[in-house]
Design a protein around this ligand. Structure first.
Ligand SMILES: *Cc1c(COP(=O)(O)O)cnc(C)c1O
Length: 411
């Protein structure tokens, strides 16, 4: 019954042909593309070419010959349409953590007379750690960390806040915040807003320009499939680009890096966010992965992602698992990103046993089983098969085996 429903949904799936553009290992159901996207075929080919020909044969001439120097901008422009940004506002570099340091430092300087950076207590830890680090660097008089509950954000917005830093989709619960509404409310109180798009870029339609967002950061190794540790990105709204100055003033953000001036003159525009030499191999692979998005309609991605979440919940019910696993994600698909999280006392061991059975999901401390829905390469049939395997693990208590209790270094 559920199998035929799944197969029916797959037949009607407009995005199904995209799966061919990815390398998905045999006998693997991959529900973890929200942590590390799989390998696009084009990225693999590019990796071989950039190493063999560009680095191997063409050596240093590749900076010009293969436009290595332009990769941060090229990748930024490929990301821009996916997050609703007009050209000239996105650049690819570093990690989210480093980019947050740049953006928060620069934005604080634009908010003379205000020192508070507001974020949520259950934000991804690195976002909070970076604010802590800035506070130590600048002193509390210049940077004060204020934490609030997700449900209390709007009540906390007042004229004492300099910057509001929010992650659009909560990494644990998958709750989706209302970017348009919150940004507007914050602006009405003179607050600059920074959005972390780690779990939204490539997962759902993002409209940075339409929402008048000030700054955003995001990574490319999750839903954008750029590869492990692929470089991140920064968005600086065009209206802020002349006033904004980031502190890691390196030569790649200089107006004329190859004149080797001893005085620093930032280049105009978002490019000023570059500090050092780009990671050429990683960024080349990323560029190949990003090209895939030019044929993707984000509304279709969102529709399939919501349908997958709903279908998976149905599968759990059909398997009699909905009582064992407590869903901690919002009930309404429209209030979630592209993931579901379930609480279970044995979540870690179950996740390990599931991986052994060919289903890769992930565990988030202390007791969450997190499942990512990635419409470009996952089918409804796979979701049903994954639920059946989960039922077997739970009913046979396979997860109680000692080998599944051992925590690995990366969970
Ligand atoms: C994955 C993730 C990060 C990762 O940050 P890096 O510095 O790129 O490793 C940051 N923020 C959020 C919300 C994330 O989910």
């Amino acid at each position: 019954m559920m199998l035929s429903i799944a197969q029916n949904l797959d037949e009607q799936d407009i995005l199904a042909p995209l799966r061919e553009q990815f390398y998905i290992p045999a006998n693997t159901i991959y529900l973890d593309g929200n942590s590390l996207g799989p390998l696009p075929v084009a990225a693999k080919e590019r990796a071989i070419d950039v190493v063999n020909q560009q680095w191997g044969d063409d050596l240093i001439t590749s900076w010009n010959k293969h436009a290595w120097i332009d990769l941060p901008r090229q990748c930024g422009e490929l990301i821009a349409p996916v997050i609703g940004a007009a050209p000239g506002q996105v650049i690819c570099c570093d990690s989210i953590s480093v980019n947050l340091f740049k953006v928060l430092s620069g934005a604080l300087r634009m908010q003379a007379g205000r020192n508070k950076v507001l974020t949520t207590a259950d934000n991804f830890p690195t976002d909070i750690y970076v604010i802590e680090g800035l506070k130590q660097q600048l002193g509390e008089a210049n940077c004060e960390l204020v934490l609030c509950e997700e449900s209390d954000i709007e009540a906390q917005l007042d004229e004492s806040i300099a910057i509001l830093l929010l992650t659009q989709v909560n990494f644990r619960s998958g709750r989706l915040l209302d970017m348009q509404r919150i940004t507007e409310l914050a602006h009405a109180r003179g607050i600059l807003v920074v959005w972390d798009l780690a779990h939204s870029a490539g997962a759902l339609p993002v409209k940075l320009d339409d929402c008048k967002v000030d700054f955003a950061v995001g990574c490319t190794y999750k839903y954008l499939n750029g590869g492990p540790g692929a470089p991140a990105f920064i968005y600086v709204a065009e209206r802020h680009q002349s006033a904004f100055q980031q502190p890691l003033s390196g030569w790649m953000g200089h107006a004329t890096p190859f004149s080797f001036d001893s005085a620093y003159t930032p280049v105009a525009g978002v490019k000023q966010n570059l500090s050092g030499t780009p990671a050429v191999i990683a960024m080349s692979v990323l560029e190949a992965a990003l090209k895939l998005w030019s044929n993707v309609d984000m509304l279709q991605v969102r529709q399939k992602s919501m349908a997958m979440g709903e279908f998976f919940l149905e599968c759990l019910k059909a398997c009699g698992l909905d009582e064992d696993f407590t869903c901690v994600s919002p009930d309404a698909a429209t209030e979630r990103g592209s993931q579901l999280a379930f609480q279970h006392e044995h979540a870690y061991a179950i996740c390990q046993a599931w991986i052994d059975a060919g289903v890769i999901a992930d565990f988030r401390a202390p007791d969450l089983l997190r499942i990512g829905f990635t419409p470009l390469y996952i089918s409804f049939e796979e979701l049903w098969l994954a639920a059946e395997k989960l039922q077997k693990i739970v009913s046979e208590q396979t997860y109680l085996a000692p080998k599944y209790q051992q925590k690995l270094a990366v969970t």
